[in-house]
Design a protein around this ligand. Structure first.
Ligand SMILES: NC(=O)c1ccc[n+]([C@@H]2O[C@H](COP(=O)([O-])OP(=O)(O)OC[C@H]3O[C@@H](n4cnc5c(N)ncnc54)[C@H](OP(=O)(O)O)[C@@H]3O)[C@@H](O)[C@H]2O)c1
Length: 310
């Protein structure tokens, strides 16, 4: 990416896409152990790396640590650098900045690493101030436990506060990870995406496939089971209209699938998508979303279709 005059280059600028690791070990939401195994997950990781996707996003709460543990094993077996991003969860008994550093040490032990590339605050806490936890992030950088820091699910105002606190320590805020995809464009509508661009904060887009819906494999007749089915029950009825357009647009780019179009849409908007993958086949297909770009008129058509159905 050529550097614009006056704009700094930050560490995630040249990362087009990552791999989400929430489903690796999560039995409650993703039914880990039913329909996919540790071998499938390992294959998803290896396939992603081979396809040039080497940022993996995990969190201490994913599978109660299982996701970090699996990722650590995969990294050990891989002979390639991996960009590791993990997250601190604001569990109610964590009141101090030191708790951030302690939690990160726990993540590092599970990952088998001395430091991560990106440590993120998973959610703002309803009880502990932004200042407290962000000071903890600064301590983690100073202790050499993470190279960069970010936040997640932070509003514009919360992100500005985090950024100001870090600036006192001469640490840039690297990222804000929020839900962003064709069925949820609140990050765009609130101005968060634009603000991130202005501040050189990378917007990491989570659930970029709307939890699998944007691949087109679920319909109102065959909805996903569990919480996903409930969350998207209404939207599933109108989804075929958008999926049909994505198929038509994808066909003009060498038979790209709706999922690949959905991920490329996020990239074209300036977000960094981190689709989850449970298997090599899913990882392979998702990796086909990088290395090309939708045309401006296709972006407009997708925006209009998403406006119509959401
Ligand atoms: N910061 C936060 O609060 C937060 C919240 C949510 C997620 N995240 C992060 O974002 C990542 C991605 O989000 P997500 O996992 O919620 O949703 P997603 O990436 O939109 O969807 C992932 C799911 O879609 C299905 N899928 C993926 N690729 C597919 C393909 N090529 N073909 C068919 N189905 C495919 C798989 O589930 P099925 O096979 O079961 O359909 C997969 O688990 C997470 O792993 C996590 O790292 C962060």
């Amino acid at each position: 990416m050529p550097e614009e005059p006056g704009k700094e280059t930050r560490f995630l600028d040249n990362v087009e896409m990552g791999l989400g690791a929430w489903s690796w070990g999560d039995r409650i939401f993703w039914h880990y152990g039913h329909g996919y195994t540790d071998d499938d997950i390992a294959a998803a990781f290896q396939t992603s790396l081979a396809a040039g996707v080497n940022l993996v996003d995990t969190a201490e709460i994913y599978g109660s640590g299982r996701s970090e543990h699996l990722l650590g094993q995969f990294i050990k077996a891989a002979n390639q650098p991996v960009i590791v991003a993990t997250k601190f969860f604001p569990i109610p008994y964590r009141f101090t900045k030191n708790s951030v550093v302690r939690a990160l040490r726990g993540s590092l032990a599970r990952l088998g690493l001395e430091r991560v590339d990106l440590y993120q605050l998973h959610w703002p806490s309803p009880v502990v101030s932004i200042e407290t936890y962000v000071e903890g992030l600064a301590m983690a950088v100073q202790a050499g436990l993470t190279l960069n820091v970010g936040v997640s699910n932070y509003s514009i105002e919360q992100m500005e506060r985090a950024s100001k606190i870090l600036a006192k320590h001469a640490i840039p805020l690297a990222s804000n990870q929020v839900e962003y995809h064709l069925l949820d464009r609140s990050a765009e509508r609130s101005g968060l995406l634009e603000r991130c661009k202005e501040k050189c904060v990378r917007l990491i887009a989570y659930s970029p496939l709307a939890m699998g819906l944007l691949t087109g494999k679920y319909t109102s007749e065959t909805p996903p089971t569990g919480p996903r089915g409930r969350k998207y029950a209404t939207i599933l009825k109108n989804l075929p209209f958008l999926i049909a357009l994505m198929k038509e647009i994808g066909a003009g780019h060498g038979e790209k699938t709706p999922g690949q179009v959905a991920l490329n849409w996020v990239i074209c908007k300036g977000g960094l998508p981190i689709p989850g993958a449970k298997t090599a086949a899913q990882a392979q297909q998702n990796a086909g979303a990088i290395g090309w770009r939708l045309m401006p008129e296709e972006m407009q058509a997708l925006d209009a279709a998403s406006d119509k159905i959401t």
